[in-house]
Design a protein around this ligand. Sequence first.
Ligand code: SAH
Length: 390
Amino acid sequence: MSTPEPKVVISGRGEERVRSGHPWIYRTDVADVRAAGGDTVVVHNPRGRIVGRALFSDRSQIALRMLTVGEAPAGSELWRSRLAEAIAFRRSLGIDATACRLVHGEGDLLPSLVVDQYGDYLVLQTLSQGVDRLLPAIVAQLVEQVTPAGVLARNDVRVRQLEGLDSSVALLHGEVPPLVHVREGRIDHEVDLWHGQKTGLFLDQRENRVAARAYAHGRLLDCFSYHGAFALQLADCCESVVALDVSEDAVGHIRRNAERNGIGNVEARLANVFDALRQMERDRERFDTIVLDPPAFAKSRDAVEKAHAGYKEINLRAMKLLRPGGVLVTCTCSYHVDEAAFGQIVYEASIDARARMTVLEKRMQSRDHPVVLGVPETYYLKCFILRKLA
Ligand code: SAH
C-alpha cells in the first residue's frame, strides 16, 4: 500500500490568495496539517477540493509556497523542467557578462531557491524547509543541465533561521577555488564565492550599472561601493572617480580590481558615507555624477521610518553636492520601501536640498531577477536615475 500524500487544508481566504496569483499562504490561513515540515504537500480547500501542490514549512509564517495550481503533480519532472526553463530564459537575454542569476525563486516558479552562475561555478541558496530537503536532487539537475566545475551552497543567510534551518557554507559538487574571475561588460571581477556578500557580487545591479554609462560624466562619487562594480563600470565615462565603503576588505577589493583592469582614475576611500557626505558638503566639494547604492536600511516593516530618514539624508546631501546638469543614480533594495515610497523620499530630499530634479529613468533589478506581477515581494530593487536642473 502506498503512503498517502502529505496534505494541508487551507482557509477560504488562503484559497483566494492562490486564485489571485500569490504563491505564499501564511500560517494563519492553514486549517489542518497532515504533513511534516519540508514535505511537498497537496493543498485542499475547506470543501476538500485540491487547490494545488506546495512546499510546506512548519516553522515559518509562510506555511506554504505553491508549486502548482490545480491537479498537476509537483514531482522531479516539474523541478527539472522549471530549472531548464529558468536557465534557457537567461541564455536568451544576451547578458554581456559571465555571471548572472539563473534561478530567482518565486520569479521562476521555483520558490525559495536561488542559483547564481559565476563562470564555471554555481552558487545556490535554499531558503525554505521544502527546497532545502530537495537540495540533492536540485544539485544533480543543475550538474546535468549546466555542467559546472563546482557547486557551492551559500546557506549562511539569516532568512533560513525563520525556517529553523542552520547556517552553513558547503561544497556540493566538484571544486570551487577561493577566488574566481568573472567578466561584467569589459570589467574583470575577482570574486570570493565562499565569503563575499550575497553570493559574491551584486548581480541585481548589473543592468543599472550599464544604464548609468549613458549619463555618467565628469567627477564621479560612488557611495557604498563594495568591490567597486559601479565605479569601475563608469570609470571610462568619467574624468575621476571617488569610491567610498566602510569596509576595509571592500576598499582593498576596489583597489585591486582597479589595478587589474588597468583603471587609473579610481580612488577608493575607507569611509562612512553619512560622515563623508557631510564633510564634503562642508568642504564645498562638487560632483557631476553620484551613485547611492546603500544596503537595505529597512530589513523589516518596523524599521521603515528610520530607513526613510536614512535614505532621505543621503539623497539630500548627494543632491547638494551635484553640479547643475549632474546625474544621481539612487537605489534602494528594501522591499519594504516600495517604488512610490522611494519616489516620495527622493522628492522630499530634493525640496530640502533646493534642487530641481528630473527623472531620466526609473529602473529595477536586472532581468535575470524577475519581478512577478501581483507579488510585490519579488520587486525589491528600485533604481532611479535623476538629473539636476539647477
Ligand atoms: N554598489 C555595490 C553594492 C553595494 S552593497 C555594487 O554595485 O556591487 C552595500 C555596501 O555598503 C557594502 O559593501 C557595505 O560595506 C557598505 N556600507 C554599509 N554601510 C555603509 C556606510 N554607512 N558607509 C559606507 N559604506 C557602507
